[in-house]
Design a binder for this molecule. Structure first.
Ligand code: G6P
Length: 364
């Protein structure tokens, strides 16, 4: 079947807007009667190490998931980009699992990494959007993310669906390893069920974000800051912006700012702070104030309480609905995507087919 833009100007806009629906679909598939409904073979009880490998946006999904697997399941976790994993020859555990995350399931580096790991670990698991892909076929167990066809080169709905499936797997690991009770898992699942609605709400901020993006389009360099699982999201936000607006951007851990990147700050550098009101909020705010003291232009993205507490003196603020902090990377993906999208529109670049990039890179 031919995929159409369905009234949207770009596939990317359509795919961003589809996220509440496809995430709800994935939840319907993997959650039944308020409990996890994951494939039989997904039993983490004897796994001693999880090695996650991917490229590009998918690798940032694994970097977020590392926080989840460690926090929820106390499972030692490595994340690697495929082109490094393959040739570094990391020692793998025969009781460990290797997990490969890929939208297309055809990325050459990721596939080569899978083949390299296969004989060395207890199980090879794939998290893919294309269930018939090479990566799905060559793994012991493949979980589809059910995002539907993604056409825009910049990955959006595949990223949030990857995160959703990885979160469910981390819950399963927590259960299997005796770190979470079924009641705790049920609580996380009900929080997860609120996400599609919260994402719809975030989508409603598109016009406001477009106004901010017009100003961002004038910047040469943009920094994204985040802490905890929001740190990899900061890197994904920066990647999205680079890919389609061609503005140089970097994602940094908030606490690392003072160890280098703060030297870049002046009144021409927008700094986008992804800061849900979580346990580390105060620390992130103090990093943000260091930026403001050096005349950096801060865009604070937080919830109403966070904006009320820390919004004063910021260049701009965006207020999202409150969300369980552990799930914030999924919700905060929406403003990160919309910022990149509207900045690209303001610059007049080719949003769906950015220069020099391919949707799927099948050569090493
Ligand atoms: C390409 C795309 C990226 C994508 C990466 C990994 O570089 O431009 O958007 O994140 O490949 O693709 P995969 O299909 O393995 O997720």
């Amino acid at each position: 079947t031919r995929i159409e833009k369905a009234g949207y100007k770009h596939f990317m806009a359509k795919e961003v807007a589809e996220q509440p629906v496809v995430i709800a679909d994935a939840l319907k598939h993997y959650v039944k009667g308020g409990a996890l409904n994951l494939p039989e073979g997904l039993d983490f009880s004897t796994v001693d190490r999880l090695s996650m490998v991917a490229c590009g946006t998918a690798s940032y999904a694994t970097a977020v998931a590392k926080y989840w697997f460690e926090q929820l399941a106390h499972l030692p976790c490595d994340v690697d980009i495929a082109s490094e994993f393959r040739y570094r020859e990391p020692p793998l555990s025969t009781k460990g699992w290797a997990m490969f995350v890929s939208q297309s399931g055809e990325t050459a580096d990721t596939l080569a990494a899978l083949r390299h790991a296969k004989e060395q670990v207890a199980k090879v698991v794939a998290v893919v959007n294309v269930p018939t892909s090479s990566i799905a076929r060559e793994s012991d167990l493949a979980l589809p993310i059910l995002a539907g066809v993604e056409v825009g080169v910049a990955s959006t709905k595949a990223f949030t669906c990857q995160l959703t499936v990885l979160f469910l797997m981390a819950l399963k690991a927590g259960l299997d390893r005796g770190r979470l009770t079924p009641a705790q898992v049920a609580d996380h699942l009900s929080a997860l069920n609120t996400l599609p609605g919260l994402m719809n709400h975030a989508m409603g901020l598109s016009a406001e974000i477009a106004g901010i993006a017009e100003k961002l389009a004038e910047a040469q360099d943009i920094l994204f800051l985040g802490r905890g699982p929001m740190f990899p999201l900061a890197m994904e936000g920066a990647l999205k912006l680079k890919e389609i607006s061609y503005i140089h951007a970097e994602g940094y851990a908030s606490g690392e700012l003072k160890h280098g990147p703060i030297a870049l700050i002046d009144n021409r550098v927008p700094v986008i702070v992804l800061a849900p009101r979580d346990a580390l909020f105060e620390k992130t705010v103090s990093n943000m104030q260091e930026v403001m003291a050096r005349h950096g232009k801060v865009l604070l993205i937080s919830d109403a309480q966070g904006v009320a507490e820390a919004g004063k003196g910021c260049w701009k603020t965006v207020t999202l609905p409150a969300v369980a902090p552990i799930l914030a990377p999924i919700l905060y993906s929406v403003p990160a995507q919309l910022l990149a999208y509207h900045t690209a529109i303001a610059k007049g670049t080719d949003v769906d087919q950015p220069r020099n990039l391919a949707k799927s890179v099948t050569v090493e």
